[in-house]
Write a protein that binds this ligand. Sequence first.
Ligand code: ZN
Length: 189
Amino acid sequence: MKLKLLQVGEKVLREAARPLTREEILSDATQDLICSMQETLRDAPGVGLAAPQIGLPVQLAIIEDLPEYWRELSETDLATRERRAVPFHVIVNPRITHQSDDPIEFFEGCLSLAGFTASVCRSREVAVECLNEKGEARTIRASGWYARILQHEIDHLNGTLYVDRMDSRTFMSLENYKRYWKQSPKKAN
Ligand code: ZN
């Protein structure tokens, strides 16, 4: 079932989500939720979706990055972003345990701020401890675009949006980004 994507201004997007118990993760309700979130993310399409974005204040997010989303990106764009395919997976109760001290800036967007983008500084590498959809403990070590997606989704679970971290002078409509900035260096002025 496709779910409604909430837009910025909804209270739930600004609240810290609560952790899920192992029993809750394994429940039919949560397993159905994961399926519906996957359908919603692919339909959007997007590379990450956190439960608060569909109105649920729980610490669950899904991530999937597919080559079919990169059609408009050049080899150079892909290389500088270190963007590689990430298979569909679920993160529950995630915690960032390591962030590299080498922030890197790229334009990013969010399904809850439809039609806009901005340049955001994020760590190039992270380590995340979380549970998967079976309630099993996982440690994820990620770099490049995948590390950015993880930081963006985990921010959602803490009520933080990219607009809290962006270089505000680079905030723009996606239309204008495509018109003026797509071929330009990663940073607007
Ligand atoms: Zn988002």
